[in-house]
Design a protein around this ligand. Structure first.
Ligand SMILES: *Cc1c(COP(=O)(O)O)cnc(C)c1O
Length: 366
């Protein structure tokens, strides 16, 4: 048997223990693990199960298709989906017992007509994205109070924070509190009021309410530029590895890869690694990213190609078959996903969700 060219090792125990520690830290009655976008690249079904094992009691996804995948896998825990197409009828959600986030009276009416058993009203408190705008709240809430007495229960009220600084966060918390008061004055009672995702759940205690929604942090990644996952006590669950498949000794001033964006500063050894941008390593990180070759970091040399990249390993005795880790747990010496995001001028959220299709997933733990 040959080993795969590219392996993503996903540590389900890390996800479970991240959730357990995060949940302990925030102390809310309920905690959601968000597994949209295939569990931030980790596999939605596996991540959901790990999150539940770690003490999450809700699962969040963006769309109903993602929710149905969880149900098809036999996951019966509460699932909330909040982003819908203009033609969504909510019949599949009703049948699968999926909670639906609704952003308008039109969506609410359709969910009621489909027989959805419980909805969460989604309101915009300052992200200017999804959710009913403040001017619509009185009518939205009054309408919900009327339909909520039927078969469909109005279980929750939620919103999402823009992470635009302490003042903006506080304004959103205040707007959310105002919305709760208004809704209650119109006769609504919510079991679940939820506002905070990873960043605000950790740094804005007043945003925690009845439940927090952990996406990125569940996977051991930090949502902050000034605090690492390790500093938050989290363990990254994803490691992308491969091996050296060829080496060559080259003289000084050898141009490497497309466009010769790297020239060897002296005689050196180049190692070829079969990981490229299709596998999720951003081409924009070509200049600045490092990988672990054996037990030492080495710089990526020149443009990352679709399927492969070249590393300058200097005079080290690197051989074909040596293990290469693109990113993983820094406690093992691996580069962090954040270092790739920095080199590419993006955020870890984007790197983790870009893991390519042909990378073979190996699950451990769970
Ligand atoms: C993606 C998302 C989350 C999770 O955000 P993180 O920053 O990854 O924790 C929570 N709530 C909503 C509405 C989202 O869209």
């Amino acid at each position: 048997m040959t080993t795969p060219l590219r392996i993503a090792r996903i540590d389900l125990d890390a996800i479970a223990s991240n959730i357990e520690s995060l949940r302990g830290r925030v102390g809310t009655e309920h905690a959601m693990i968000v597994v949209k976008a295939d569990g931030y690249g980790h596999g939605a079904i596996a991540a959901a199960r790990a999150g539940l094992a770690g003490g999450a009691d809700w699962i969040g996804v963006a769309d109903i298709g993602e929710a149905l995948e969880l149900r098809s896998a036999g996951i019966t825990a509460p699932v909330l989906a909040w982003l819908h197409s203009s033609s969504e009828t909510f019949t599949d959600a009703a049948e699968a017992g999926v909670d639906v986030g609704v952003s308008s009276t039109a969506q609410l009416d359709r969910a009621v007509r489909a027989g959805v058993s419980s909805v969460h009203l989604k309101i915009d408190t300052g992200l200017a994205r999804n959710g009913a705008a403040p001017a619509q709240w009185p009518e939205f809430f009054a309408h919900a109070a009327r339909v909520g007495v039927g078969k469909t229960r109005v279980r929750g009220l939620f919103s999402h924070i823009a992470n635009a600084g302490a003042e903006a966060d506080a304004a959103q918390v205040a707007a959310f509190e105002g919305a709760i008061a208004l809704a209650e004055s119109l006769g609504l009672e919510f079991e679940l009021r939820h506002l905070a995702a990873s960043a605000s759940s950790l740094r804005v205690p007043s945003a925690r309410f009845d439940m927090v929604r952990f996406g990125l942090a569940s996977y051991g990644l930090s949502p902050f530029a000034d605090e690492t996952g390790a500093e938050l006590g989290l363990t990254p669950a994803l490691e992308l590895s491969s091996e050296v498949v060829a080496t060559r000794r080259v003289p000084a001033d050898t141009g490497v890869s497309y466009g010769y964006r790297y020239r060897t500063p002296r005689e050196t050894t180049l190692a070829l690694v079969p990981l490229g941008y299709e596998d999720g390593l951003p081409r924009a990180a070509s200049l600045g990213a490092h990988v672990l070759v054996g037990d030492e970091l080495a710089p990526v040399a020149g443009s990352i190609a679709m399927d492969q990249l070249v590393v300058d390993v200097g005079d080290r005795p690197v051989a074909v078959g040596d293990r290469v880790v693109a990113f993983g747990d820094p406690a093992t010496g691996a580069p962090t996903m954040d270092s790739w995001a920095d080199a590419a001028g993006t955020i870890n959220y984007e790197v983790t969700t870009r893991l390519g299709r042909r990378v073979v997933r190996h699950y451990t733990g769970g």
